[in-house]
Write a protein that binds this ligand. Sequence first.
Ligand SMILES: Nc1nc2c(ncn2[C@@H]2O[C@H](COP(=O)(O)OP(=O)(O)OP(=O)(O)O)[C@@H](O)[C@H]2O)c(=O)[nH]1
Ligand SMILES: [Mg+2]
Length: 285
Amino acid sequence: MNNELKIQWFPGHMTKARRMMEEQIKLVDVVVEMLDARIPQSSTNPLLLQVIGSKPRVLVLNKTDMADADATEAWFNKFKSKNLPVIKIDCATGKGTKQLLALIQQAAKPVIDKWLKKGVKNRSIRVMIVGIPNVGKSTLINRLVGKNKTAAQDRPGVTRGQQWVTIAKGLELLDTPGVLYPKIENPQTGFFLAVTGAVREEVYDRETATILLTEWLLNKHPDALQNCYNIEITATDTAETVLGKIAVARGYLKTGGMADMNKVYPLILKDFRSAKIGKFTLDEI
Ligand SMILES: Nc1nc2c(ncn2[C@@H]2O[C@H](COP(=O)(O)OP(=O)(O)OP(=O)(O)O)[C@@H](O)[C@H]2O)c(=O)[nH]1
Ligand SMILES: [Mg+2]
């Protein structure tokens, strides 16, 4: 059993997305970088910082409804201590999204003041929303506009082109396709991105991902596993034996009584991604 999750990248369309961003950045006044609150570190992208350059940046911790609340607070404070404008939101309910608009206005203030000095009035603030695939960029825009103006679905790589959406008078948002690093140096980052749903399932091994995830849960949150699947975990259990117990508890058995792992793997991944097992933050400070 290989304990490292290899991700097979096909970064072609991401290179294109990055190039599009480099072209659009000139038109943009503020950049909103969306992070997944479950992986605030692994969902950052140093390449984006290069593209953004000196434009004002606002950080958004999204999906806080699925993350550990204390960990979110700790990450929030860490970004704050670096003097970065940051906000916690959750696009599932819309919590924090209105306050985000205020933060954007604040970040744009120096630009607006410059315009006013030059006598430019009634110019819209242009905001580019960037972040890894599936982090919720399009959902945020839909939330803010109150309509489904952009396509949003629970799989990475939904947005392909760039799309401007007018949110209110004086505010335009640019939806962009999710971008990942062309190369992931830290194997743990790949694992975290895979189990939170930021990379397509076709590009990694589902079995390895599920076993690594079960190991992580067994180490950090064995009670959550027991409660979610109604199983008994003992000191001698390993990820494999736990998965076997879950198969039995669910009746996922093949003829002859063997556990049907092809049913267990997708179950664990789905339950983890929807925070059914619990609200967890993978990245530790
Ligand atoms: N629970 C929860 N789900 C969210 C939240 N924000 C977005 N989602 C869900 O996450 C999934 C992905 O959302 P999208 O808006 O399509 O993500 P995206 O960043 O535009 O993705 P790409 O276009 O692929 O880069 C959708 O199923 C959303 O409903 C959130 O705060 N909480
Ligand atoms: Mg999108």
